[in-house]
Design a protein around this ligand. Structure first.
Ligand SMILES: CC(C)(COP(=O)(O)OP(=O)(O)OC[C@H]1O[C@@H](n2cnc3c(N)ncnc32)[C@H](O)[C@@H]1OP(=O)(O)O)[C@@H](O)C(=O)NCCC(=O)NCCS
Length: 152
């Protein structure tokens, strides 16, 4: 899979998400968020978000379901490499409601405020999601990019 480039100078509006709060993860929530990411997605992603959870302020946002106060989705940046957005994930039962787009756009605004001009999505799976959410374009000749062979 290829990497994607996202311009931070023409970001879409942050649309309101009824029933959900989108906010940064606080330090005391780190273990809970890491366990949730491992259970919902993978141990690889639970590892990948460790740098995001370790800095202050964290570089990871979550969407919290207002009716249960449980996480519904997350998006991190500056994890595997500086300037990289991801991982991003929405729990299966919350998909297709705009949460993934909202989280991604929220992170892109933070990256812009931090001083980045572009964000990179490494080894992007759902390319169409990133194209429609934030005008991402494919970076030519970017596979396998920075990623080494998977450990066995
Ligand atoms: C990709 C993911 C984060 C999208 O979250 P979501 O909350 O369901 O997405 P949204 O509801 O915000 O969708 C925004 C737009 O992207 C489209 N979209 C959503 N998921 C998509 C997918 N997997 N492939 C292509 N398009 C997708 C939606 O149809 C919508 O399009 P529209 O603008 O025409 O309405 C979610 O499906 C997920 O967690 N997948 C597994 C993890 C993953 O692959 N993460 C990306 C790692 S690089």
């Amino acid at each position: 899979m290829s990497d994607l480039l996202v311009p931070l100078y023409k970001l879409p509006e942050r649309m309101p998400l009824k029933g959900f709060a989108v906010r940064r993860v606080m330090a005391h929530e780190g273990v809970a968020v890491r366990k949730w990411v491992e259970a919902e997605f993978s141990s690889g992603w639970a590892s990948e978000i460790l740098p995001a959870l370790s800095r202050t302020p964290s570089s990871i946002f979550i969407a919290v379901d207002g009716s249960s106060q449980k996480p519904a989705g997350f998006c991190a940046w500056d994890c595997t490499a500086l300037g990289f957005l991801g991982p991003v994930g929405v729990a299966e039962n919350y998909r297709n409601r705009g949460l993934g787009r909202r989280l991604t756009v929220e992170v892109l605004y933070s990256m812009k405020e931090q001083g980045y001009g572009y964000a990179v999505v490494g080894d992007a799976g759902p390319v169409e999601f990133f194209k429609s959410s934030c005008s991402a374009i494919i970076i030519p000749d970017s596979a396998p990019g920075i990623y080494p062979e998977v450990l066995t």
